[in-house]
Design a protein around this ligand. Structure first.
Ligand code: ZN
Ligand code: ZN
Length: 419
């Protein structure tokens, strides 16, 4: 690997970016020769999008299409567009994306969002724009959540995101520090990044195998204002790391990833829970969330900041008040240990155990991919236009697994796996 190194022996930024592109194509997507690729990227991520395009064509891609997104244009809409704009969306674009996936295209998203982009905007307009977009996006999103195709998400250190993570640093330094964190978490720095992902996927799979053998009826989270019973769906399946999509291709949907996750039962969640990290939701920070569940449904919700946005989210539809995911991440995970708050779910959800409001992943049920919506609901899988992860784990949270016989077994103590 000598050719990859600079004279000082350190791997250059360009080389690390190239390795991230290689991982996106070969680990994230597992792109097949002849397959099309549809990519979305912030305009700032052009250098990574170009390298991914090159690696995709080298891997035999038949056609790569990139759609660039510009946050300045989003702000211009909020500043200048007429009120009726916020009930509109470019549904034709989402229809075309769904058509591409149905014809076999893979999907890659590069994310580098400014976490506070819409913080100063009218929450009603933000909610209306999100609802219109969610409804139009649903058919395409379902092909993704049901793993009809191989898909993945990778990160790009945009200046706005970097300044949110490192507010006291000058911009160029903030960007460099965020890149270090992204490259480390995305495992690009070892001698053989693809082999280190293979090893990481193996260890996540071993954890899933243990939990799948247990088939706990309920997970009980305790500590720090949290006393929450999360009933698990009947025939639930724990997943983590790589996943085989229905097209037979093994992909890693999130780069990075540290979580193992499954489907809770939408009607069997009881008790109170507090967030342990801020939730960055489409430009607004929602901090110190505290909610109470009854019969699976959120019946009380508060937040120190962003409460109004949280309430709007919960009003999206009936499923928005119910859980669609529960995920376990040890406090000692590398992303947690770096001590940073990323204000980005792709990273923060991998620093802590979490739950998600809204849509469940049907592949987290045994045989779930072949089930109808009615069959999924009968097993307890939730349905909603939204899927929003928020963090509830920390080093002071204990988790018990409750067996079918009603016995409690220690799963995590002080945020770490017991065995
Ligand atoms: Zn998750
Ligand atoms: Zn999630």
């Amino acid at each position: 690997m000598d050719a990859l190194r600079t004279e000082t022996g350190a791997v250059s930024h360009d080389e690390r970016l190239d390795r991230l592109a290689l991982i996106a194509v070969h680990v994230g997507l597992g792109l097949r020769p002849g397959q099309e690729l549809v990519m979305t990227a912030p305009v700032e991520a052009l250098p990574l999008a170009r390298r991914i395009t090159e690696h995709a064509y080298r891997a035999g891609a038949s056609l790569v299409t990139t759609l660039f997104e510009d946050e300045e244009a989003t702000l211009a809409r909020f500043r200048l567009a007429p009120d009726e704009s916020f009930d509109k969306t470019n549904g034709w674009l989402y229809d075309a994306m769904a058509a591409a996936y149905r014809s076999g295209a893979a999907r890659l998203a590069i994310r580098g969002d400014d976490p506070a982009l819409l913080a100063g905007q009218d929450p009603d307009k933000v909610a209306r724009a999100n609802r219109a977009r969610s409804q139009a996006y649903r058919p395409a999103l379902e092909l993704i959540t049901q793993y009809a195709i191989n898909w993945s998400i990778v990160a790009y250190a945009t200046p706005a995101w970097a300044k949110a993570v490192f507010p006291d640093e000058p911009e160029h330094r903030a960007v460099a520090l965020l890149w270090d964190a992204i490259f480390a978490a995305s495992r690009v720095d070892g001698a053989d990044p693809v082999a280190s992902w293979r090893e990481h996927n193996r260890s996540l799979q071993a954890r899933c195998d243990l939990l799948n053998a247990k088939q706990y009826r309920t997970l009980h989270f305790k500590g720090e204002g949290t006393d929450l019973q999360v009933g698990l769906a009947d025939g639930h399946l724990w997943l983590g790391g790589s996943t085989a999509a229905q097209n037979g291709i093994v992909c890693n949907p999130n780069i990075p990833t540290e979580e193992v996750f499954t489907t809770p039962h939408k009607d069997r969640v009881e008790g109170t829970v507090r967030s342990t990290k801020p939730l960055s939701y489409q430009g607004t920070l929602i901090e110190d969330i505290a909610v109470r569940f009854e019969g699976g449904r959120i019946v009380e919700a508060r937040a120190r900041t962003g409460e109004e946005v949280l309430r709007k989210v919960l009003e999206t539809d009936d499923g928005a008040r119910r859980l669609g995911e529960v995920a376990l991440v040890p406090y000692s995970s590398p992303i947690s240990r770096c001590g940073l708050l990323f204000f980005n779910t792709l990273f923060d959800e991998n620093a802590a155990s979490h739950i998600a409001l809204g849509q469940a992943y049907s592949n987290c049920l045994q045989g779930g991919l072949a089930m109808s919506a009615e069959e999924l609901a009968a097993r307890g899988a939730n349905s909603s236009l939204i899927h929003i992860d928020w963090m509830i784990g920390s080093q002071s949270i204990d988790i018990d697994g409750i067996t079918a016989a009603g016995e409690a077994e220690a799963v995590m103590r002080s945020g770490e796996w017991v065995s």
